[in-house]
Design a protein around this ligand. Structure first.
Ligand code: G3P
Length: 201
């Protein structure tokens, strides 16, 4: 099934590489999202424009593309190949060819992928994100804790070693993508959810 694995990885990558945050904010006339707030292309940074509707749409579409990649590959070729599409989708969002490989931080896309692969694990990750976000108001901290919890849920809720491995690898990459956020959190400079963004200088 080598060609199927590769086709799923590629199809997942191409879906994952669609930068919905950039597309939606540009269509709405906000210019380049990468020059605002944190400079990230995800829903949290879209919210810094003040547009909750655009942020919600970005969240749903970025999660949806991950879920769609997994469901499509799973439906066509079964669960093993679906996991390849999952890797592809997250890598596509993190390193999109269209943005010179400088993509997002992978939180929404990973949550969508997790929900599509094993919804109890995906929902558990969403619950951890939500609980942390509500108590601390830091989207990045919520993401870090949620992603770190994913391998634990994969083990206790799904009992699947390949999924534990997937969740752990993605968590490490997502943590790396948050290095600026981690530095800001430690220095006490991280912005809270919904704080308006200043233009980047
Ligand atoms: O999902 C990304 C989030 O964890 C951080 O986004 O824009 O605050 O860097 P941002």
């Amino acid at each position: 099934s080598g060609p199927y694995l590769f086709a799923s990885l590629l199809a997942g990558y191409l879906l994952g590489a669609i930068p919905f945050g950039i597309v939606l904010t540009r269509l709405a006339g906000y210019g380049d999202l990468r020059k605002m707030g944190s400079g990230n292309i995800g829903a949290t940074n879209v919210l810094r424009t003040g547009r909750k509707d655009l942020a919600a749409a970005t969240l749903i579409l970025d999660a949806g593309k991950g879920a769609a990649a997994v469901l499509l590959a799973g439906w066509l070729y079964g669960p093993d190949i679906a996991l390849m599409a999952a890797y592809g989708a997250v890598l596509g969002h993190l390193f999109p060819v269209w943005l010179k490989f400088r993509g997002g931080k992978g939180v929404a896309t990973t949550l969508g992928v997790h929900i599509a692969i094993a919804w109890p694990m995906g929902l558990a990750c969403c619950a951890v994100w939500l609980a942390t976000a509500v108590t601390t108001r830091f989207s990045s901290l919520a993401a870090l804790i949620s992603m770190a919890s994913a391998p634990i849920w994969a083990w206790y809720l799904v009992h699947d070693v390949q999924l534990v491995q997937f969740a752990a690898i993605i968590a490490v990459v997502v943590w790396f993508k948050h290095h600026e956020n981690i530095r800001r959190l430690i220095k006490g400079e991280e912005s809270k959810i919904g704080q308006k963004g200043k233009p980047r200088v």
